[in-house]
Design a protein around this ligand. Structure first.
Ligand code: NAD
Length: 478
């Protein structure tokens, strides 16, 4: 059985204690590879090499950084098929979707390679008295921790800006989906990334992740994952005065006004609800539909969803693949049971599915629930699966109150042809990201992140470059 390795000091390495964890294929429910069960000692080793490499990397010219990061992007593109296949097997997502994500992972490196070349320090002139300039220096060795839903995409979304800004990195991908991060190690070796600049340590969150967060010399942590993990990380890192970026959970509203472009809202709502089995932090799991079109939209949505094929992620006709792990599969199903107890009516789905030749895989039918109170647990807690709730509303004020009623505030989608209403809603919705008449349209320069319990800080563009640097002001008296 394939054993994946840590990537430390530019080489593939076994974990120090030679312990391994099972890695499952969610579409078959079977173990198909082994991943290092690393611990504090492996993190410490990675840190030692990263801090050594930092002495050179921080002084490496921008052109050189640009070129090596670009080479990584090129190699990700060149190996798109192999990476996408690995991602689909490891995560359960359809292969066609994994291919898009691999392209986007390459774009992360390309985008931040270019950012490194453009990022500049600021200067503030005090007329006749003094001149200030602000150096933006790399932090040193930083830690990056990523989740299982968009494995390589979210991993590279952190690593690329960290490296572009001149830091060295110790990174931990999710133990549930480690495979593409492992393949990235090989790509970094082929691209000629100097040894120790990026180190990837595989293993469990409470062991490897925790060792990264509590490491006294790792000065910044960029984390994407669940809100409760984020809360724990903050409680450890804050008293150590570490810089923290937390991208956490969501319970995003998808608000459909009666004056929307019906067909576009409908087609996109199928995506916002069920793309990647609903396992995207930006999915719209609470669908608010203005009453005059409620019944019509509901019927049309049910018809569209009935056409979605759930199946083997490797088949091109499968629109929905497998749920990432048995634990998550059971969690999603338990929320469907809870919805019934909370008075919800299951309009479609609501069960696990047995797929031919994949009977032990973790598949759940796309599920639409009606009649749930907007403030019940199913409508306020993150389910993170192919489960949405639909609710009617009568006015913009009412829907704003319902949409803002959760502890989360990551993203929101609004469908209306009325430009004033759109602006008003965007200004008053409590979320870090608002999409109007679209969803998941991403410009990598824009700030990305959430408010309330969806996170602290922003990623993307200059926000990421600023996070991964320390500003130092130098004031010169004239
Ligand atoms: P998770 O919090 O369980 O794990 C995320 C990562 O943290 C994993 O690598 C895990 O091993 C590690 N980890 C776990 N315990 C840790 C600890 N004590 N110390 C340090 N690291 C630890 O999240 P998940 O289940 O992998 O991912 C799903 C969650 O991620 C959802 O809540 C989703 O909304 C969120 N998410 C947010 C965004 C965003 O941009 N806001 C993007 C994707 C996913």
């Amino acid at each position: 059985m394939q054993r994946i390795s840590n990537y430390i000091n530019g080489a593939l390495q076994s974990p120090i204690k030679s312990l391994y964890l099972d890695n499952y294929n969610p579409a078959t429910g079977a173990v198909y590879s082994l991943i290092p069960d690393s611990d504090e000692a492996d993190v410490d080793l990675a840190y030692t090499h990263a801090s050594e490499a930092y002495k050179t990397w921080r002084l490496t010219s921008l052109e050189e950084r640009f070129m090596v990061l670009n080479r990584i992007a090129e190699l990700i593109d060149k190996n798109n098929d192999e990476l996408a296949l690995a991602e689909s097997i490891d995560q359960g997502k359809p292969l066609w979707l994994a291919k898009n994500e691999m392209t986007r992972s390459a774009q992360n490196f390309r985008f931040f390679a270019t950012a490194a070349m453009q990022f500049a320090s600021e200067s503030h002139n005090m007329e006749g008295q003094a001149i200030n300039y602000t150096l933006r220096q790399p932090i040193g060795v930083v830690g990056c921790i990523s989740p299982w839903n968009l494995p390589l995409y979210l991993f590279t979304w952190k690593i690329a800006p960290a490296l572009a800004a001149g830091n060295c990195v110790v990174a931990k991908p999710s133990e549930i989906t480690p495979m593409t991060a492992f393949l990235l190690s090989r790509i970094c070796m082929e691209a000629g990334l100097p040894a120790g600049v990026l180190n990837i340590v595989h293993g469990l969150g409470p062991k490897v992740g925790s060792a990264l967060v509590s490491h006294p010399k790792i000065k910044a942590i960029s984390f994407t994952g669940g809100t409760s993990t984020g809360k724990h990380i903050a409680s450890v890192a804050a008293p150590m005065f570490k810089k923290l970026s937390l991208e956490l959970g969501g319970k995003n509203p998808n608000i459909i006004f009666a004056d929307c472009d019906f067909e576009k809202a409908l087609k996109t709502t199928v995506q916002t609800s069920f793309l990647n089995q609903g396992e995207i932090c930006l999915c719209g799991s609470r669908i608010f539909i203005e009453r005059p079109i409620y019944e019509k939209f509901k019927a049309a949505l049910l018809l569209e969803v009935s056409k979605l094929q759930v199946g083997n992620p490797l088949l091109k006709e499968s629109r929905i693949g497998a749920i990432v792990s048995k634990m998550h599969f059971e969690k999603v199903l338990s929320y469907i049971e809870l919805a019934k107890q909370e008075g919800g009516s299951i309009l479609t789905g609501g069960t696990s599915l047995k797929i031919e030749d994949h009977e032990n895989g973790w598949f759940i039918a796309p599920t639409i629930i009606e009649n749930l109170a907007y403030d019940c647990r199913c409508n306020t807690e993150e389910i993170f699966g192919p489960v949405v709730s639909i609710m009617p509303f009568d006015s913009a004020d009412e829907v704003l109150e319902m949409a803002n009623s959760t502890d989360y505030g990551l993203a929101c989608t609004i469908w209306t042809q009325d430009i004033s209403k759109a602006h008003n809603m965007a200004a008053n919705i409590q979320s870090g990201i608002v999409w109007i008449n679209c969803w998941l349209l991403r410009d990598l320069r824009t700030p990305f992140g959430g408010v309330k319990q969806s996170g602290v800080g922003r990623e993307g563009g200059w926000e990421a470059m600023r996070f991964f640097t320390e500003p130092k002001n130098v004031c010169i008296k004239l």
